[in-house]
Design a binder for this molecule. Structure first.
Ligand SMILES: [Zn+2]
Length: 195
């Protein structure tokens, strides 16, 4: 009896260890994937900077595949709505042939503004990963979300601060260089990153 009991309890212990190991592995894989896709968003930010835009980049991912990517482009496109997130959403919609992107995750290097968050709700994005905080224009950091969330009919899961440092460093560097060149930047971001 004692031996049977011992055997049983060992078996149970081993199984629960296996289960725990599986979850840890799954969590590690998800984290690795998230970092992988945020690096792609950072690459879009680099491309945007080369075009003279504020360096922000975004990618949309569904079923482990990138379905849309975009860099900030309001100056080049003469389009006030051409934030990286909107560019990526438009491209993904065109590619998929649908205006809803159910189950897609959006990775963006900077905390989204109210306009971009609204567009994500329209697209039914499942999860938002963002890098650096934007204290002035960010929908969460500015406190705007608390006042407007009642109008949103879709909930988006959020993970903040993913690869925040390189994203913030790129923005700081950009505004420092612009100031050095005597340019005046007035889109609000410089208050946070231009110091
Ligand atoms: Zn935006």
């Amino acid at each position: 009896m004692d031996r049977a009991f011992d055997y049983g309890s060992k078996g149970w212990g081993f199984e629960s260890l296996q289960v725990r190991f599986f979850y840890i592995q799954a969590a590690n894989t998800m984290e690795k994937n998230a970092v992988h896709f945020m690096k792609k968003a950072l690459a879009q930010a680099v491309t945007a900077e080369k075009r003279g835009e504020v360096p922000v980049g975004a990618v949309l991912v569904r079923d482990g595949r990138v379905i849309g990517r975009g860099g900030n482009a309001p100056i080049g496109d003469s389009d006030p709505s051409a934030h990286a997130e909107i560019v990526a959403l438009r491209r993904a919609g065109k590619k998929i042939g649908e205006y809803r992107l159910n189950g897609a995750d959006l990775y963006v290097t900077l905390e989204p503004c109210l306009m971009c968050y609204g567009a994500m709700v329209q697209a039914r994005i499942a999860k938002l990963y963002y890098g650096a905080d934007d204290a002035k224009n960010g929908i969460f950091s500015s406190g705007v979300f608390d006042n407007v969330q009642h109008v949103f009919n879709h909930r988006i899961a959020v993970e903040a601060g993913l690869l925040a440092e390189p994203a913030a460093a790129m923005l700081s560097g950009f505004f420092k260089a612009r100031r050095g060149a005597g340019a005046v930047e007035r889109d609000g971001l410089e208050n946070r990153y231009g110091e």
